[in-house]
Design a protein around this ligand. Structure first.
Ligand code: ZN
Ligand code: FE
Length: 260
């Protein structure tokens, strides 16, 4: 049985640890730092099996070198980004077989946050880095909002019960923005209350499910009347189709520093 745990790291990152209770190996997703991972693994008599990377940003890759110095393991990651120590460059359609922990993950190209960003999907689990966030999505760095739109649309075709493991704890702030965009959506209000309760107890609000995202994440709701109306009001013009709404919505999110 595959077991996923969150290793909190840096300010608000989650490093996902995949293991199978039947063995001592752990697959490490996006190690932005090594120290906390090494401590957790030593404390539980575990050792690394592989490192999986979603994109090149430092808060996802800075721990690689120190982890490799401790245990030299394969490093999987996007072929189209420059990541030191990558041993297995991946693109759409590739598969990562992690047979020691009984997992096989499929690689999805999901550019938009960065130009070569990839995701890993398998066993009903999605590791999507900084592309799809709980109740939000990543900022656009070296790519375009149009690409990000198509990547989110692609993720939305996965089964509703897919668990969404993104790389940051941003749910509460994202929901405040979601509420500005869609004040009439009760599912957002309910999710905000549940999120605050979890955060007060220090618990992670990740993973979510894709169905929860479809109900409350404005970036997956660009065809909805209230989202269209309010995004048009922000943009000051009519927006033609979901992609244009998405691009304007992403811009709106960028200019709202602290949603309330
Ligand atoms: Zn990033
Ligand atoms: Fe990040």
């Amino acid at each position: 049985m595959l077991e996923i745990t969150a290793q909190p790291a840096l300010k608000d990152n989650y490093i996902w640890l995949l293991r199978n209770e039947e063995c001592r190996y752990v697959v490490i997703v996006d190690p932005g730092e090594a120290g906390p991972v090494i401590n957790t693994l030593i404390a539980n008599s575990l050792e690394p099996l592989a490192i999986l990377i979603t994109h090149h940003h430092h808060d996802h890759t800075d721990g690689i070198a120190e982890l490799l110095a401790w245990h030299d393991v394969p490093v999987y990651g996007p072929a189209n980004e420059s990541i030191p120590a990558l041993t297995h460059p991946l693109t759409e359609g590739d598969r990562v077989l992690l047979k020691e922990i009984g997992a096989e993950l499929q690689v999805l190209d999901i550019p938009g946050h960065t130009s070569g960003h990839i995701g890993y999907y398998g066993d009903g689990l999605l590791f999507c880095g900084d592309t799809l966030f709980t109740a939000g999505c990543g900022k656009v760095f070296d790519s375009t909002a149009q690409r990000l739109f198509h990547s989110l649309q692609k993720l939305a075709t996965l089964p509703d019960e897919t668990l969404v493991f993104c790389a940051h704890e941003y749910t509460e702030e994202n929901l405040l923005f979601a509420r500005m965009v869609e004040p009439g959506n009760n599912a957002i209000i309910q999710r905000l209350a549940k999120t605050r309760q979890l955060r007060q107890g220090g618990a992670a609000t990740v993973p979510s499910t894709l169905s929860e995202e479809k109900r409350t994440n404005p970036f997956l709701r660009c065809g909805r009347a209230e989202v269209i109306r309010n995004t048009q009001r922000f943009a000051g013009r009519l927006l033609n189709g979901a992609e244009e709404v998405f691009v304007a919505l992403r811009h709106w999110r960028d200019v709202v520093d602290r949603p309330t």
